[in-house]
Design a protein around this ligand. Structure first.
Ligand code: SAJ
Length: 434
């Protein structure tokens, strides 16, 4: 312990959640030992640098490393509080079976250095029951310790589940200001974890049991997935009926109790398209709505590919610009991105006719190699391309005035240009065709 009894903290997993979390904890004055399996990640952090992009994270990490509050390594060391933030993907089988092996492996490593009085907190999005499974794994590894829920007396260690709920692009702000649900294996565990979070979270921290907290996290993302699916289904219906979905949603949302989300080329990222499967897997017969929503959002990608291909083929001489590769606006995260999948499919089919505009990418991802597709900037696209396929609602695209795009054939999957005149069918005469 340092100074006025500040706990020493170990954060296991230094990715998109773990690193910002470690840095914010360190900023509050606690000494943090970060753990990651990748030596490169560890070396980068120990130089005061970062391996991921997130607003303001570089300065924060540099500061806490310089002050000696954050240090990274590949081995779990003794600490007072362990925060586990490792990935929980699912297996690519039909049942979408959750893969909690990284969580259990982290718990096994923690067990080796655990001492009476310690607190272990799982933050990774996890299927219901994972925190208890983690406890069982620790019980097996450390029969010398009394574990919560397994002893009549006061347990030696506290174990809790506290999901992160931060939005990529706003992680540092949301880590501090969002409310937190803290689920203990026992109420005492929850209180122990609560006293830790109160040191660096300004939002309200609410205590509950571990299983409810696990379900709460899954429900939050499934709620969003279902609502985006509704918007995406409306867009497919509107296409079939020849309606402008943006106009329909705009009007419907004037109702005081209606708030339809925004259609897009599908749902990307690592959370909303994944977490609902954890609920479906846990209760396959009780989740028709959640499962269907997943299907609707996945099928939207194919609807967009088909509609874009139709437009490209209807304009055989046109040069095409795909605007955006990121999984959502104003970030440089291209993993699990529907926009990237759409653009790459078009690049493979139509080769050098296709141009990609992605201000957040230094170069095109590997799957574009050999397709003939080029990366160009937005100004070149506006000068040289005739067909614009909007896949991401980056601010820089939104701000293009009508005068610069009025003569383009536009397929706007994000509704960023509501003033764009509709294109006459069949294909228009193209300005730069030929
Ligand atoms: N999207 C739409 N239409 C919308 C909103 C989003 O198509 O109206 C798409 C986005 O373009 C993107 C995907 O959905 O492809 C997800 O984007 P997002 O901004 O809704 O969410 P994420 O994945 O960046 O972060 C979510 C957040 N969860 C909720 O808002 C309920 C975040 O708070 C969680 O912490 C994060 O998942 C996580 O780590 O679980």
């Amino acid at each position: 312990m340092r100074g006025e009894n500040l706990p020493e903290v170990s954060v296991i997993g230094l990715g998109y959640i773990g690193l910002p979390t470690a840095a914010v904890i360190a900023r509050s004055g606690m000494t943090v030992h970060g753990v990651d399996v990748s030596q490169t990640v560890v070396d980068t952090i120990n130089r005061g640098e970062i391996h991921i992009e997130e607003v303001d994270l570089d300065g924060l990490v540099q500061g806490v490393v310089q002050r000696g509050l954050l240090r990274a390594g590949t081995e779990v060391r003794a600490a007072d509080v362990f925060v586990i933030a490792v990935p929980t993907p699912f297996h690519k089988d039909d049942a979408h079976t959750p893969d909690t092996s990284y969580v259990l492996e982290a718990a096994r490593n923690v067990a080796a250095v655990l001492k009476a009085g310690d607190t272990i907190i799982l933050e990774s999005t996890s299927p219901v029951g994972t925190t208890e499974a983690m406890r069982d794994m620790i019980a097996q590894a450390r029969p010398d310790l009394k574990l919560p829920g397994m002893t009549d007396g006061i347990p030696d260690v506290s174990i809790a589940y506290c999901p992160e709920r931060v939005l990529p692009g706003r992680i540092l702000e949301e880590l501090t200001n969002n409310d937190r649900s803290i689920g203990g294996i026992t109420p005492r565990c929850a209180r122990k974890a609560l006293s830790f979070y109160k040191r660096f979270v300004r939002g309200t921290c609410v205590t509950t049991d571990a299983r409810s907290a696990e379900m709460t996290k899954l429900v939050e993302n499934a709620y969003r997935d279902v609502n985006i699916a509704f918007a995406n289904e409306l867009s497919i219906v509107s296409d079939a009926m020849g309606l402008d979905v943006w106009e329909v949603i705009r009007l419907a949302n004037r109702h005081p109790r209606v708030n339809i989300l925004t259609p897009g080329p599908g749902v990307g990222g690592h959370c909303i398209a994944v977490d609902p499967w954890f609920i479906v897997h846990g209760a396959p017969d009780q989740t028709p709505l959640i499962r269907t929503a997943r299907g609707v959002n996945d099928s939207k990608i194919h609807h967009v590919i088909a509609s874009a291909a139709e437009l490209v083929e209807a304009n055989p001489k046109a040069r095409i610009a795909c605007l955006g590769l990121a999984f959502k606006a104003n970030i440089d995260d291209f993993r699990e991105s529907p926009a990237r999948l759409v653009a790459a499919t078009l690049a493979r089919r139509y080769g050098e006719r296709v141009n990609i505009v992605e201000p957040y990418a230094m170069e095109l991802p590997r799957e574009f190699e050999g397709t003939g597709a080029q990366q160009i900037d937005i100004d070149t696209a506006l000068e040289e391309c005739d067909v614009m396929i909007v896949l991401v609602d980056h601010e820089v695209f939104k701000s293009v005035p009508l005068a610069e795009r009025a003569d383009k054939v536009v397929y706007d999957t994000r509704g960023i240009w509501p003033d764009q005149p509709a294109v006459a069918e069949p294909a228009v005469e193209l300005r730069k065709a030929g």
